[in-house]
Design a protein around this ligand. Structure first.
Ligand code: SF4
Length: 305
């Protein structure tokens, strides 16, 4: 007889203890995977929390670049990605050689890379940023220095508008957030008059322009908790609704569109988490020279006040 979800959770819990493992789940993971995790959150926050534990094994329920980020910050821990095929199409829109070519074409420019990028790209940039701190990071660069922003043109465009500072934007984007269209938001507004619209900066500029607030996932959680509003239209990957609802149970959260599903984020299941712990698979490795340079880019971001 196949395992019930309860059996799976019991076996995961036993192995988690035996392996001295910590399970991380990104906010966009399936609800049952979020529920079994030690920590849920955004990728950098999770990697930092895991690095601060004395766990020997990190099971990262997310996509490949996130597990790499955990490895960058915890080189001596074993970092496992339950489904090794879970990549990020946006992170894959630029690689090391492409970024090196861009840098040659823009000598002297500062390179800011969104954490949604490979370790190789992080190693090539000057400073990383998250969707929560991208504006602060860019503002920390002297105004007379050109800025190359990779890989997300929508996040870069949002920062550009906010700071009134032109940048050279790599034409990458998140296909999941790009599925959210202004007509989806308009329809939800008609269905829920007075609802507050929250949009992630990975959304198209037209969608961000319609939002009451443009926020990272952790920013949305905080905003919803602190707001007097009762109903929210959420323009980001639908997995965040699970967290929002747990966090603010008395409020109503509606996806801008149910089509905003990242198929890569949904590849990790309870079974795969169990198999990862049973067989210590799939370990993520980052060459030490790349890891060390990528860590410097992350550290520079953390040093920005
Ligand atoms: S939601 Fe977008 S940015 Fe996040 S992993 Fe999926 S494709 Fe990549």
């Amino acid at each position: 007889m196949p395992d019930t979800p309860r059996d799976l959770v019991a076996r995961i819990n036993r192995l988690r203890r035996e392996r001295r493992a910590v399970i991380l789940a990104h906010n966009y993971q399936l609800g049952e995977v979020q529920d079994v995790a030690d920590f849920t959150g955004d990728s950098l926050d999770l990697s930092r929390k895991a690095a601060a534990t004395d766990a020997e094994v990190i099971v990262f329920c997310g996509v490949h670049f996130m597990a790499e980020t955990a490895k960058i910050l915890s080189p001596r821990k074993t970092v496992l990605l339950p489904d090794p095929a879970s990549g990020c199409p946006m992170a894959d829109m630029i690689d090391g050689p492409a970024l090196r070519k861009l840098k040659t074409e823009h000598p002297g420019a500062a390179v800011v890379c969104y954490v949604n990028s490979s370790a190789e790209v992080k190693a090539e940039c000057d400073v990383c940023c998250t969707s929560a701190n991208a504006d602060k990071v860019v503002a920390s660069i002297p105004a007379d220095r050109e800025v190359l922003f990779v890989p997300d043109k929508f996040l870069g465009g949002h920062v550009q508008r906010k700071l009134g500072r032109p940048m050279t934007l790599w034409p990458g984007f998140c296909p999941t957030h790009a599925r959210i269209l202004p007509e989806h938001v308009e329809r939800r507004r008609r269905e829920h008059p007075g609802a507050v619209v929250l949009a992630h900066p990975e959304c198209r500029a037209e969608v961000s322009a319609m939002a009451d607030a443009v926020l990272s996932t952790s920013g949305m959680l905080r905003f919803a908790r602190e707001s007097e509003a009762r109903v929210f239209i959420v323009a980001t990957e639908v997995g965040l609704l699970h967290r929002l609802q747990l966090d603010s149970p008395a409020k109503t959260f509606v996806a801008a569109t149910e089509q905003a599903v990242c198929p890569n984020m949904k590849r990790n299941t309870l079974e795969k988490v169990l198999w990862a712990l049973e067989e210590l698979r799939t370990p993520i490795e980052v060459p030490e020279d790349v890891r060390a340079r990528a860590e410097t880019s992350l550290q520079r971001m953390l040093d920005v006040r």
